[in-house]
Write a new protein. Structure first.
Length: 254
């Protein structure tokens, strides 16, 4: 998320000054609240994950200056409620870590699974202001529905009153399709594709991003994700940090 902020700063000059700041997703995105829908009753559970990615990309923009990043998180689920924390190494002016703290409530209304939550993005050691990653809060409202056997379509709205701590209010709309594919030997593949659009008070910051890829689960707790990312190159994405790229991620969940 910090990445987007950096992008907003926009140019090589900003990058030189040190431009660099989720749920686990089947689409290869970091885990920031996308916990498996809990039952309305039942015991509380805890799950953790650790991973390595060739490039930490958030909404189409590299947060790690196109370098590898170490990531990990812990999720606590109790009935309909969930709480978690996720962190990643980043490239920033002074700080080197992004920490996301999130929580929310999930449920089901007819065929629709819904999720209401919030995410707080924290960048310890990073100065606030135009040349840093400012801490900020984002509200989330999501819904998903099964459209095929093993396939689902979801839509999410994110709202931040002050994106990246200094960019003003933004609304991000995101749509995702995931489809479980037939097992291939020891691998359990899942196809995923996402398209999103960020809208801002300052229309010059607006841009569109997308990704498409395949996640291969194996040995029960391991997964490898290969994903292609792209943007329209406008607004916050008007920088080489938003160039089209292929990202590989390996993750262990326990």
């Amino acid at each position: 998320m910090s990445i987007i902020k950096r992008t907003t700063l926009g140019a090589a000059s900003l990058l030189a000054a040190a431009v660099f700041a989720g749920p686990s997703f089947a689409d290869g995105l970091p885990n920031r609240g996308r916990v498996k829908a809990p039952e309305t009753t039942g015991p509380c559970t805890t799950a953790a994950n650790v991973g390595l990615t060739t490039d930490y990309v958030f909404r189409g923009i590299s947060q790690s200056n196109e370098e590898a990043a170490v990531q990990g998180g812990v999720d606590f689920t109790c009935g309909r409620f969930y709480l978690g924390v996720w962190a990643s190494s980043i490239y920033a002016a002074e700080g080197t870590t992004e920490i996301d703290i999130y929580g929310g409530i999930k449920g089901k209304a007819g065929p629709v699974n819904w999720d209401l939550g919030l995410i707080y993005y924290y960048y310890p050691g990073e100065p606030t202001g135009v040349f840093g990653f400012g801490n900020y809060l984002e509200l989330k409202a999501a819904g998903s529905i099964d459209v095929t056997k093993g396939g689902s379509l979801s839509g999410t709205v994110f709202y931040s009153p002050d994106y990246n701590g200094f960019l003003g209010s933004t609304v991000t709309l995101e749509g995702t399709f995931t489809q479980t594919l037939p097992k291939m030997g020891m691998f359990s593949p899942t196809f995923g594709a996402t398209v999103g659009r960020l809208y801002a008070d300052n229309s010059d910051l607006e841009y569109t991003y997308w990704n498409v890829g395949l996640t291969l689960g194996f040995l029960e707790k391991w997964s490898v994700d290969i994903r292609y990312w792209g943007t329209d190159g406008e607004g916050l994405a008007d920088t080489f940090l938003a160039d089209d790229r292929i990202v590989g991620t390996v993750k262990y969940t326990f």
